[in-house]
Design a protein around this ligand. Structure first.
Ligand code: MG
Length: 155
């Protein structure tokens, strides 16, 4: 399982799973801020017991400044695949008050599936609001959760 949260600020791109969604704010962050991609990375690394995103791509490291999070995702997934892991299912939830995620769902599924080199049928994403409550509900942040089911791996 993976979780992430990024603050939303004007002048930043709003990225979910590598898809840029037109909006007046975007995710702040050292990298491109793609909260969903980061949650997915942690879900995959965790399922393979290979560490977490902060260990692999330290946020203070200048190499990862404005990094393309899908490139980080491909790199993390390559590590797991080299250990013999295969993806059976990837599910996720994005929590934000705006923008709506549903119109972008198929594009996000396709983008993540492309990065992981799997069928989009193994990948899902759901959008939820926070009912106006808390920082996420007030539009100050976007949160993402992901779960990955893997099989294989070296014993
Ligand atoms: Mg993050």
């Amino acid at each position: 399982m993976g979780w992430d949260l990024h603050r939303l600020e004007p002048g930043r791109r709003f990225l979910l799973g590598g898809v840029e969604i037109p909006f007046d704010r975007g995710e702040a962050g050292h990298s491109d801020g793609d909260a969903l991609a980061h949650a997915v990375i942690d879900a995959l690394l965790g399922a393979a017991a290979l560490g977490d995103i902060g260990e692999l791509f330290p946020p203070g490291d200048p190499r990862f400044r404005d990094a393309d999070s899908l490139a980080l995702l491909r790199e993390a997934w390559a590590l797991a695949r080299r250990r013999g892991f295969r993806l059976l299912s990837l599910d996720s939830v994005v929590i934000c008050q705006e923008p709506r995620v549903l119109p972008w769902r198929e594009a996000i599924r396709a983008s993540l599936a492309r990065a992981l080199e799997v069928s989009p049928e193994l990948v899902f994403v759901k959008g939820k609001t926070a009912e106006g409550l808390g920082d996420t509900g007030r539009g100050l942040a976007v949160e993402a959760l992901a779960t990955a089911l893997l099989e294989g791996g070296e014993s």
